[in-house]
Design a protein around this ligand. Structure first.
Ligand code: ZN
Ligand code: ZN
Ligand code: FE
Length: 722
């Protein structure tokens, strides 16, 4: 495993939410940082309390621990987010004046995983909430998914349907109680109830049935992860061919039997956000082969709501826990809706009568370069903000088309919606409009400008055009790197490398292998992959063999070309030019026999990366100036000579790294920003980062927002700054 060595001096940003304002927190942070000889600043912003400290990495980790252990007694930290930044060379520690917009701080938190106190009560037969699936307190429970309007008070949540009993009311009104002003406070006498029993649901699971469970952010489909027939049935009914499923483990201990889990990964699993963490599976376990297919990871979470705790306590084996929807549709949230939409998928339903206001999928996180990186930002993170190094106009950013998210800019914070999904269906477009409405209402926000993708046919672009607001069209790949630069606090000029599968270029071609010299929102395209034609246009996104055929046509001529598209290529009909690195991955995956098509976005590239496994080599194919000609020749020659696929895959990845080094050396900009879906490839990202860092470059990769199109809205928002 190549984890880049951390430079001696670093900068750590910690964003804290909860009761951290007005309790002497800033002076405390100041004292602690100065005592530890760290530099940086602390400020109150609409995103919460933001701290940036700079110093030796071990000191920063120590600071983070002490911040938690020694913080003021009256403070309650409900959410914390970390981001590792490059050192800035600040000379002292300061308390900065608050953002002018900090008055707008809204108390809408993400949904929080069950706290230790509540979990203990849940399993305590003496407690009045023993085995009550909806227990919560000020430190935990649903938030974003139950709030209807602001201010965040019980009458403005879906808990308004339940009248507090005297005992719950006493807790709610007593400042000394853990449930003081816990808006969803409830007990078996006065709160929400299950419709059905946990025992029946577990019995159904044991029988191999598919159970639809009403969770926190919507319905989940559960099935025994050890039962390949049951998993196959779920795949068929959900129309999800090979995309890996996430698992819920009964506990961290059981998770350890199935996966290698590092201390940093334990921290993520047990965090308040309780996301799906992508872990390395142990060999030879009883997890069915068709749960994750050829993925090198298992997506794992541990119980994060009382209902999940009770269910997993009863059912001691790993379950698939996947969104309750058919592929491409948003997750179902209402009981009547679920019974209709999931009728043909689920055999058994376990529902309850606490309404969910908005759908929120489980978030996905993975360690890359030794840091947590969010790959899908939803439950547990939405609607939190990302602090950015510039003050924004009131901008609404509507994102891209795939993996859509939307965002609003409030001063120096960008608030991001939960992952909405691909805007392919009417339902998804409805969820998109609702997310815009939600963000604006929850933050009392009135947009004055709307930022959208340059692509003329995206549903999000159409919405923006009809909004009646001044429109800013942002080029897709520029938005990718702008997002990464902003979340990493990059100041001044940098080299932005933006690689993905598809995005509308300034020249109308499909881009996806781009290098920009960038500063603020000034971008110059300084290099790109040599262009090639996609026979059949969009069809090539799913059918990677089309990209392969096109490259073979160029390199070896018509005789060697797949006859299905040869006439098209010969006559240049319906052939769309592209510079996409994602499509180059598809082509190499096809030529090596790894994958002929993508059954989900990025599948062929993922399979090709997996081929490398633990193989390590410095050898690389030629890719001079991004010209794939010599590379394709070499791949074909290797294939004919019987070179193994893992070695071909490694040489291909290394060629991309070498090309990055070439361009970086030529452009002579110290700061390098890597973004776009291709950089979900951990081998490529870690290897490129390590190679660049060893040559003195400072490398920035995504942490708080995804490198894929889920990060586009952040980039659009920051590019609205003139
Ligand atoms: Zn609690
Ligand atoms: Zn009660
Ligand atoms: Fe993209």
């Amino acid at each position: 495993m190549t984890v880049a060595e951390k430079p001696a001096t670093q900068r750590l940003r910690i964003t804290l939410r909860g009761a951290v304002q007005g309790v002497g927190f800033r002076p405390f942070v100041y004292r602690l940082a100065t005592e530890m000889s760290l530099t940086g600043w602390v400020l109150n912003s609409s995103a919460g309390l933001v701290v940036e400290v700079e110093g030796p990495s071990e000191q920063l980790s120590r600071f983070e621990q002490r911040l938690e252990q020694e913080r003021p007694k009256a403070s309650v930290v409900t959410v914390r987010e970390l981001a590792w930044l490059a050192a800035e060379g600040s000379a002292r520690f300061e308390i900065l004046a608050s953002d002018h917009d900090s008055g707008k701080t809204v108390n809408v938190l993400p949904d929080l995983a069950t706290c230790t106190d509540c979990r203990e009560e849940l399993f305590d037969p003496e407690n009045r909430r023993f085995e009550y699936p909806f227990t919560n307190c000020t430190n935990c429970g649903p938030r974003y998914t139950i709030v209807v309007d602001i201010p965040y008070d019980r009458p403005n949540t879906t808990m308004r349907e339940f009248t507090l009993c005297p005992a719950c009311r006493e807790e709610y009104e007593n400042p000394a109680n853990r449930r003081f002003h816990a808006q969803p406070n409830a007990c078996p006498l006065c709160g929400p109830q299950l419709d059905g029993t946990i025992e029946d649901a577990v019995e159904a699971l044991v029988q191999g049935e598919i159970v639809a469970l009403k969770g926190v952010g919507g319905f989940q489909l559960l099935v025994d992860a050890r039962n390949p027939e049951a998993v196959a049935r779920l795949r068929e009914r959900k129309q999800r061919e090979e995309k890996p499923f996430a698992l819920m483990m009964p506990s961290l201990e059981v998770a350890r039997e199935y996966c290698e889990i590092s201390p940093a990964e334990v921290q993520l699993l047990e965090s308040q956000a309780a996301p799906i963490v992508l872990l390395q599976p142990k060999p030879g376990t009883d997890i069915a082969w068709n749960v994750a297919h050829c993925s090198p990871y298992l997506g794992v979470m541990v119980p994060y709501s009382p209902l999940h705790h009770l269910l997993m306590e009863e059912c001691r084996f790993p379950l698939i826990a996947t969104s309750g929807n058919r592929s491409d549709e948003p997750i179902a949230i209402a009981n009547d809706e679920a019974t209709v939409r999931l009728k043909d998928i689920a055999d058994h339903f376990l529902m309850h009568n606490r309404p969910i206001v908005r759908a929120c999928d489980d978030s996905v996180v993975r360690l890359t370069r030794g840091r947590a990186g969010i790959l899908r930002r939803a439950r547990g993170y939405a609607p939190l903000g990302v602090h950015v190094p510039l003050s924004l106009p009131p901008v609404l950013a509507v994102g891209g088309h795939l993996k859509n998210t939307v965002a609003i800019g409030v001063g120096q914070d960008v608030f991001l919606s939960q992952h909405i999904g691909d805007l392919e269906t009417l339902e998804a477009r409805g969820a998109f409009e609702k997310a815009i409405d939600d963000l604006c209402r929850l933050y009392s926000f009135k947009p004055e400008v709307v930022a959208c993708d340059l692509h003329p046919d995206y549903a999000s672009t159409h919405w923006a055009e009809k909004s009646g607001l001044p429109l800013l069209r942002v080029q897709h790949h520029q938005a990718h790197v702008a997002a990464c630069a902003a979340e990493n606090n990059v100041q001044g000029a940098y080299l932005g490398i933006s690689w993905d599968g598809t995005g509308y270029g300034l020249d109308g071609a499909i881009w996806g292998g781009e290098f920009f010299r960038a500063e603020g929102n000034q971008f110059a395209r300084v290099a790109h992959l040599r262009s090639f034609g996609l026979p059949g246009g969009d069809a090539a996104v799913r059918e990677g063999w089309r990209s392969a055929a096109s490259l073979i046509f160029q390199v070896f001529g018509p005789e060697a070309t797949d006859t299905r598209v040869r006439p098209m290529l010969e006559r240049s009909i319906n052939v769309v030019p592209t510079t996409s690195v994602g499509r180059l991955f598809d082509a190499v995956a096809c030529i090596t026999g790894v994958a002929q098509q993508n059954r989900f976005e990025g599948q062929a590239a993922m399979l090709l990366e997996n081929e490398i496994g633990l193989l390590r080599t410095e050898e690389a194919y030629p890719l001079p100036g991004g010209d794939w000609g010599p590379l394709i020749l070499a791949v074909m020659a290797d294939k004919r000579a019987g070179v193994t696929v893992p070695l071909i895959a490694a040489r291909f990845h290394n060629a991309l790294v070498t090309w990055i080094l070439e361009v970086a050396a030529h452009e002579k900009l110290k700061q390098i920003v890597l973004s776009g879906g291709v950089f979900q490839n951990r081998y490529l990202t870690e290897r490129a980062a390590a190679a660049l860092e060893s040559r003195g470059f400072v490398v920035h990769t995504h942490q708080q927002v995804p490198p894929n199109d889920g990060g586009i809205a952040l980039g659009q928002a920051v590019m609205s700054k003139m």
